[in-house]
Design a protein around this ligand. Sequence first.
Ligand SMILES: CC(C)(COP(=O)(O)OP(=O)(O)OC[C@H]1O[C@@H](n2cnc3c(N)ncnc32)[C@H](O)[C@@H]1OP(=O)(O)O)[C@@H](O)C(=O)NCCC(=O)NCCS
Length: 145
Amino acid sequence: MPLAVRRIAHSTPDYDAMVALRRAILRTPLGLDFTAEQLTTEAGDIHLAAFAGEDLIGTVVLTPYKADTFKLRQMAVADSHRGQSIGAQLLTAAEETARTEGATRIILAARVTARDFYARHGYIVEGDEYTEVTIPHVTMAKLLV
Ligand SMILES: CC(C)(COP(=O)(O)OP(=O)(O)OC[C@H]1O[C@@H](n2cnc3c(N)ncnc32)[C@H](O)[C@@H]1OP(=O)(O)O)[C@@H](O)C(=O)NCCC(=O)NCCS
């Protein structure tokens, strides 16, 4: 099945499908959920989704952070599609989008379990580990040159 990565508008059925996948992978296993305010606030973000045919199987979000920097958030690939470079393609699409928007840097809060994934794609750890959504995270960044 060919993979397509598309930009998704907030408050659309595709956005709702993105939130459902994000919730299932990134929040429900931790006993958490998004608040209505969190979802409203990200109306100004850039939402990218990966599709296998009609099925939405991956997500990533870019949030404006500083004039030259986006924060990359909510990277998630459906369990059934892991290890097929879909995460890598989402990351590349996010970086291309950030560049197009004029950014020179991406920053992210990596789950420690995903640190090696980001490191393989050129992200560098900045500072010490900390706890976010109940689990260990580390800040990582990459210059878009
Ligand atoms: C992190 C995540 C997005 C990566 O997505 P993915 O589509 O599996 O990523 P890729 O296939 O591009 O890369 C996964 C790496 O693990 C390897 N791998 C092999 N089998 C794998 C498997 N069954 N599952 C996952 N990774 C596997 C891949 O070969 C690849 O290694 P490489 O980069 O050296 O080639 C995905 O694992 C995920 O959604 N995890 C849960 C949510 C999460 O932690 N998100 C990050 C929050 S900061």
